[in-house]
Design a protein around this ligand. Structure first.
Ligand code: NAP
Length: 204
């Protein structure tokens, strides 16, 4: 029997950028994770937060960005499930897959995402179930003020990652203004953005 330590990196990845990759790498190191599964969201759970790029292109960019790191993988569970993405479903689907693939093994689960996103977790679907299934890790840039998500002691850890000064919002805006994004995203992601004309219209 083997015990696995698995991180699930949830995000829109619209687009994925080097800050996300540094954050996943840093969390993998600090929490001694065997692997990190990047899970691009399907439909945004709130209509106001519609994605600029399609789910398939966000998935493709995530695959290209993570290809060179043996610890990283990408899952389609949120892309393939109908309806809005709820983290409780993400964890349930991935844990069911794990049991099928490794019936004799056990695992500790870590759900990693932006600390800002975690701040309103009490309003997410089934927060108690999420906490029962995974330790939460909120990644943030240093010095960023955080709202207290009101979680039980020990349920979540915040990790500061300087590279998270990079943001998807800023990258979309830069593309819209015709400014360079080289070195902010992996080269393959930059090529996909150009090839598909993503974010070219001025961003709000
Ligand atoms: P978001 O509101 O678009 O992002 C909020 C902030 O967090 C942004 O600054 C964003 O920066 C950052 N962020 C998001 N994911 C990140 C990551 N993996 N690493 C570092 N920073 C990250 O959040 P979202 O992307 O829609 O959702 C994040 C995750 O939370 C997803 O897995 C989503 O399914 C889950 N979620 C679940 C529920 C629910 O179950 N009801 C509700 C909300 C969110 P960037 O734009 O640069 O990434």
């Amino acid at each position: 029997m083997t015990h696995h330590r698995i991180g699930v990196m949830g995000g829109s990845f619209d687009p994925i950028h080097n800050g996300h990759l540094v954050a996943a790498s840093e969390v993998a190191h600090r929490f001694d994770l065997d692997r990190v599964l990047f899970s691009p969201t399907g439909l945004a759970w709130r209509k106001t937060a519609e994605h600029a790029a399609s789910a398939e292109l966000r998935y493709l960019m995530t695959v290209v960005a993570t290809a060179a790191d043996a610890r990283f993988d990408v899952t389609r569970v949120d892309i393939d499930r109908q309806g809005p993405t709820y983290t409780v479903d993400t964890l349930r689907d991935l844990q069911a897959q794990f049991v099928q693939e490794h019936p004799d093994d056990t695992a500790s689960w870590f759900f990693i995402t932006g600390a800002d996103a975690l701040a309103d977790i009490v309003a997410w679907r089934d927060p108690d179930q999420i906490l029962a299934h995974a330790h939460l890790i909120g990644v943030t840039r240093p010095g960023h003020e955080l709202a207290d998500p009101g979680l039980p002691a020990g349920a979540a850890t915040l990790v500061e990652v300087p590279a998270l000064a990079i943001s998807s919002t800023d990258i979309r805006a830069r593309v819209g203004r015709g400014e360079p994004i080289r070195y902010l995203v992996p080269a393959g992601v930059q090529h996909l953005i150009a090839k598909h004309g993503l974010y070219a219209a001025p961003q709000p």
